[in-house]
Design a protein. Structure first.
Ligand SMILES: Cc1cc2nc3c(=O)[nH]c(=O)nc-3n(C[C@H](O)[C@H](O)[C@H](O)COP(=O)(O)O)c2cc1C
Length: 308
């Protein structure tokens, strides 16, 4: 006997049949006459996170929404992350009423707007009150979606794409290349200098679940640290792996000792990185000092990437 009940799966299952924690964002796009408009979205998540030529986000949207129609036409958007105070969330929910035109929504809009930092004139503005913003470009060439056009507000006829562009009569999915990440100074400094519990922005959690009367969300309370598990391997096992990576370049025991905290699954990649550095620097025996130099170089590169 299961300790669970079997709940039926229906359309919009994340809203009707689950408590599904999600972010709350306002997506800004450009209308046909070049004005910025915003719509609230939660079905937004990182998609390509590493190992590709670019990073990408994923958005699921009703294909007749202003956001989807504007993306089909102009391909640019900004994902604005808002904080959790009630006034903000009330306005977010107001902006989510389906069918309102951009003029109707933006007439008395509570938010203010400013230019983003990504290149190009044909971009929507970003929300000044957001604590972070991701400026994006829709990758319309994926899945043959470049033939999808705006203008069909009563639903699109098949054939449908599997994962990009118009994916069903009323649905659209957008793979959005990340052009720029914009961060408010307070959080920028925290990320660069080390984040403490008090440095976390107060983000709302959209529970997914809604009924005919309410959207439900939770306010931020406080960030709690949870120590990472320390599962150190032995110097012997690092030595064993290290001395098989290259026939010429070797590691001292002290150098190996610096790698005992690296999870086993990442050890070959870490060792290969050290060997590549040694080759570049004509080193045949990697010492603890060399390891410090390599780590130093890596953390500088990381900081460089973050501040770009
Ligand atoms: C908190 C919140 C989250 C929402 N998330 C989504 C979503 O992820 N996808 C979607 O299609 N609609 C979502 N909606 C509904 C849209 O906001 C609604 O369709 C709205 O009309 C879109 O605005 P737009 O037409 O200006 O793009 C959400 C609404 C709210 C209030």
């Amino acid at each position: 006997m299961s300790s669970f009940k079997d709940l039926r799966i229906v359309d919009n299952f994340y809203q009707t049949s689950l408590f599904f924690p999600m972010p709350t964002v306002l997506i800004s796009t450009l209308t046909e006459d070049g004005k910025t408009t915003i719509g609230p979205y939660s079905l937004v998540q990182p998609y390509y996170v590493a190992g590709k030529e670019y990073y990408a986000m994923l958005l699921n949207a009703r294909n007749s929404s202003n956001t989807a129609q504007n993306l089909l036409r102009n391909g640019k958007c900004a994902i604005n992350f808002v904080t959790d105070d009630r006034k903000t969330f009330k306005e977010v929910v107001r902006l989510g009423w389906p069918g309102d035109t951009p003029e109707e929504k933006m007439k008395d809009c509570f938010f203010t707007f400013e230019k983003g930092i990504a290149e190009g004139e044909d971009r929507p503005m970003v929300v000044t009150e957001a604590f972070q913003v991701i400026e994006c470009t829709w990758v319309r060439e994926l899945d043959g979606a470049d033939k999808d056009l705006p203008g069909q507000l009563e639903g699109y006829e098949p054939p449908y794409h599997d994962f990009n562009g118009i994916t069903s009569k009323f649905g659209a999915t957008f793979i959005l290349k990340i052009d720029k990440i914009l961060m408010k100074e307070k959080y920028y400094n925290a990320i660069l200098n080390g984040v403490r519990a008090k440095d976390f922005p107060h983000v709302p959690v959209d529970y997914g679940y809604r009924d005919s009367k309410n959207f439900w969300y939770a306010k931020f309370r406080r960030a709690l640290p949870e120590l990472l598990p320390i599962r150190a391997t032995t110097v012997e096992s690092v030595k064993y792996a290290a001395n098989r990576i290259d026939d010429k370049i070797k590691f001292t025991d002290e150098a190996c000792a610096k790698l005992v905290n690296v999870p086993r699954i990442f050890l070959p990649t870490a060792l290969k990185g050290c060997v590549a550095w040694a080759r570049e620097n004509n080193v045949e025996l990697i010492t603890a000092e060399h390891m410090d130099e390599i780590n130093d170089k890596r953390s500088k590169e990381k900081k460089g990437n973050k501040s770009k």
